[in-house]
Design a protein around this ligand. Structure first.
Ligand code: B12
Ligand code: SF4
Length: 515
């Protein structure tokens, strides 16, 4: 990455992210700024907890103010996704009251809806932030105008400049991955401020070997990014194996409690030559078990076998629905159930654990759509896990637009205005839903419980009385879920993967998350 060759230790940047210790965006941007000679730090404002995100307390807000006052940054950047719009707006107002720092917003939400930020912040970054932030810091440190920096919307003296986007970064290896561990970090949680990496004792290190995704699902930010970046270079890009292994080797040294690598790539898709190189070097250089995310459409049995031999232990596969109508109609996906079945069988034969992601609570789904999903799940070889998600519309996504047009949601139901994900992103039986949705949610959840015979689930599915009054079925699903969750927790504890934060992230395991 081209960086201004300046040494500006007096120019300090503070990057803040709400409810996301695992956010790599702000870590990498701070690393980039430091490589260019700026003093850049990161503040993680509160931990994220599945289905249990609570607003900051007065004490935590006061700690935030005090940290800003003490750090005296000239530049404050907030990186965040849609659900956190209101919290970041409040934090920005507090910065304004206590500091004259230049404030910039970036991340997924500002990229998709820059108009939401430009009245509160001095600038909003659309898309990748590395080069724009370097140029902004350079301009501010030198007293130059930041008005014409590509990717930025800039508000000065009541005038807004909306600059065009620069091309996507194609050479990811030029990014400051080698400096990720050199960034001074602090975090606020549970009414206290601490210095250091909040994930220092985490058993899992999350890494990205790519950016973007070849697919374009209607509910996913990738579809919107594709449109925003249209004509500005290849969208799905991969890192070189050497750069990736370098980062992982450093992570192993710096995080001695690390026991597992999680590839956070949206879908683990790489050219065969990349896979060959990776599997040849990873075991000797890193050697930890790893998990990855996969769209079953991109499933390649031979690549999975090679990856298994190199340490692959878990696949999280997006299925979303098994209805051949619902998939293309509502989610713009064209995967087939044959792919899912083949992937499930391969994972089983390789001894790799598998989890299927499904979206429930789709107000456009018919009973036939839901039956199709149930049927597929009843065919899958056990054991498997389920991550069930309650459909959550995100701003400007194709799916949100479709739901709005169908009149089944209003603008107030879209994250940013809504904060449904604070209480239910993963499906929770505590959340109210129509009887028929509960009926299917309970049946679907039962399919992943090995101790519940499939014949019994089929029998329950044919009981009209349960469809109308699914209370007893929900109770059975809750109990079965708890048994399964205890089993998972015991296995994780045995593998030494239940770190303090991991436990707290999933503290709602006590019954709220439905697997
Ligand atoms: C790791 C991860 C998590 C982690 C960490 C959360 C976090 N804040 O990052 C955890 C597990 C906590 C998590 C939880 C959730 N997540 Co999440 N998560 C991700 C994931 C896979 C990677 C994030 C990341 O580190 N990316 C890598 C970095 C390099 O990219 P980046 O953050 O976008 O940063 C670049 C630019 O955006 C920009 N930028 C970013 N910040 C800033 C700041 C400034 C100042 C500037 C100038 C630029 C800038 O520059 C960066 C470098 O180019 C993304 C998908 C993805 N691939 O991005 C989903 C994603 C962010 N998550 C998503 C969702 C929905 C959630 C949850 C709501 C789900 C839930 N179960 O409740 C919660 C919300 C938590 C939260 N605080 O946002 C959505 C957000 C959609 C949206 N419109 O907001 C995404 C995009 C997934 C998706 N497919 O839609 N998530
Ligand atoms: S395959 Fe996954 S990451 Fe890719 S566009 Fe679809 S939902 Fe998003």
């Amino acid at each position: 990455m081209a960086a201004p060759s300046i040494d500006q230790p007096d120019f300090r940047a503070l990057l803040v992210t709400p409810y996301g210790f695992q956010n790599q965006g702000v870590r990498l941007l701070a690393a980039e700024l430091r490589r260019a000679g700026f003093d850049a730090r990161v503040l993680f404002f509160k931990a994220w907890v599945n289905n249990n995100v609570r607003p900051p307390t007065a004490r935590e807000l006061a700690l935030f103010d005090a940290h800003v006052a003490e750090t005296r940054p000239a530049l404050i950047g907030f990186g965040f996704g849609s659900p956190y719009l209101r919290i970041v707006t409040e934090l920005t107002a507090r910065v304004r009251a206590n500091s004259d720092a230049f404030v910039i917003w970036g991340g997924v939400h500002p990229t998709i809806s820059p108009e939401d930020g430009i009245d509160a912040a001095d600038a909003v970054c659309v898309g990748e932030g590395e080069q724009p932030l370097l140029e902004l810091a350079g301009a501010l440190a030198a007293g130059r105008s930041p008005d014409d920096i590509a990717n930025l919307w800039v508000r000065r003296n009541g005038r807004i400049t909306r600059n065009a986007l620069r091309p996507l970064i194609q050479n990811l290896d030029a990014l400051a991955y080698d400096r990720l561990f050199d960034v001074p970090l602090a975090w606020i949680e549970r009414g206290r401020l601490a210095a250091g990496d909040p994930l220092a004792d985490s058993a899992v290190y999350r890494v990205f070997a790519s950016r973007g995704c070849p697919f374009h699902c209607a509910f996913c930010y990738n579809s919107q990014y594709r449109a925003i970046y249209h004509g500005l270079g290849a969208y799905h890009r991969v890192r070189g194996v050497e750069s990736l292994l370098g980062e992982l080797e450093t992570a192993r040294r710096r995080l001695p409690r690390g026991r597992r690598i999680r590839f956070d790539d949206d879908s683990f898709i790489f050219p065969r030559s990349w896979i060959d190189e990776f599997v040849a070097r990873y075991p000797g250089r890193v050697g930890l078990p790893f998990d990855l995310l996969l769209n079953p459409e991109a499933y390649d049995p031979e690549a999975l076998r090679l990856l298994r031999d190199a340490g692959l232990c878990h696949i999280q596969a997006g299925v979303q629905s098994a209805s051949p109508e619902e998939l293309p109609r509502d989610y713009d996906r064209c995967g087939s159930n044959e792919h899912v079945l083949a992937l499930a069988r391969t994972a089983r034969s390789l001894g790799v654990e598998i989890t299927f992601d499904l979206i429930l609570d789709n107000p456009l789904a018919s009973a036939a759509d839901k039956d199709a999903t149930l049927d597929l799940l009843l065919e899958l070889p056990r054991p498997f896990n389920l991550f069930l998600y309650s459909l959550t519309p995100f701003p400007k996504s194709e799916l949100a637009t479709k739901l709005l047009a169908a009149g089944v949601i209003s603008e107030n139901d879209i994250e940013g205005r809504a904060t449904k994900s604070f209480r239910q992103f993963r499906l929770s039986f505590d959340y109210p839903r129509p009887a028929e949705e509960t009926f299917y949610a309970a049946l679907i959840s039962l399919t992943s419980k090995r101790f519940i015979p499939r014949g019994l689930i089929r029998w329950l599915a044919r009981r009209p009385v349960l469809r109308r009054s699914p209370g007893p079925l929900k109770l059975l699903a809750r109990i079965a879920n708890l048994v399964k969750l205890i089993g998972i927790a015991v296995r994780m504890a045995r593998r030494g993967e239940l770190s303090r934060f991991h436990l707290r992230e999933y503290v709602t395991l006590r019954g709220r998350l439905v697997q």
